[in-house]
Design a protein around this ligand. Structure first.
Ligand code: GRF
Length: 219
């Protein structure tokens, strides 16, 4: 028996990861409620996805605030007002301040389109192509005060082919993101994540490689 997690999802764009999380909840694969979806951009298509599923949404334009701290303080207040326990960054293109991170200790997740610690930062898929790696992938990690750095929860690997473009590699990685993001959130809903410094132990994880290479049902 798991307690439904109260999620706040932050987006800036298309929201396909948001959609994957909504779908996992609706299929009852993931025991969670999305309390609010917040975008910092009015043109984020993810807002329409959320509204289509009857979810509360908010637009918090960073351009309306004089500093990162002021923006983040409003964001924390908004998330608290909606009873959010866990913050899910799903293509949210803003760095968060230390104050924001401290407001949700070990309760902010991000997904990054590379196998961290390789290729942090922007355009990770292009970085992977330019470096000539044969394998890349996606990483779900807890957010700490350094960019794309916190404890790793789940990863999935994909091959990189010689004729890949940034678009073709991004699409292959994105399909894995949609698989592992809901599965990683589910580990929190099940209370199975134990953080030890900068690494994580998953309780009752008998077959570790399955998390990377098989379906979430096997996790
Ligand atoms: C994904 O590639 C994710 O890894 C990165 O931003 C992108 C968001 O895509 N952090 P979407 O908005 O979920 O479609």
């Amino acid at each position: 028996m798991t307690t439904p997690l109260s999620l706040g999802i932050l987006i800036s764009g298309g929201g396909t990861n948001l959609q994957a999380i909504i779908d996992a909840i609706e299929r009852k694969d993931l025991s969670a409620h999305i309390r609010i979806v917040v975008s910092n951009r009015s043109d984020a298509y993810g807002l329409a996805r959320a509204q289509r599923h009857g979810l509360s949404t908010a637009l918090l334009a960073h351009t309306d605030f004089s500093s990162r701290e002021e923006f983040d303080q409003h964001l924390v207040t908004l998330l608290h007002e909606h009873g959010v326990e866990m913050v899910i960054l799903a293509g949210f293109m803003r760095l968060l301040s230390a104050r924001f991170i401290q407001a949700f200790p070990h309760r902010i997740l991000n997904i990054h389109p590379a196998l961290l610690p390789a290729f942090p930062g922007l355009r990770a898929q292009r970085q992977a192509l330019e470096r000539g790696v044969r394998i890349s992938g996606a990483t779900v990690h807890l957010v700490d005060e350094k960019m794309d750095h916190g404890p790793i929860i789940m990863q999935a690997a994909v091959p990189v082919y010689p004729d890949d473009t940034e678009d073709s590699l991004s699409a292959r990685i994105l399909a894995q993101e949609h698989r592992i993001y809901p599965a990683a959130i589910k580990l929190f809903a099940e209370g199975r994540v134990v953080v030890r410094g900068n690494s994580v132990r998953i309780r009752d994880e008998r077959h570790w490689p399955q998390t990377a290479f098989q379906s979430p049902a096997a996790v």
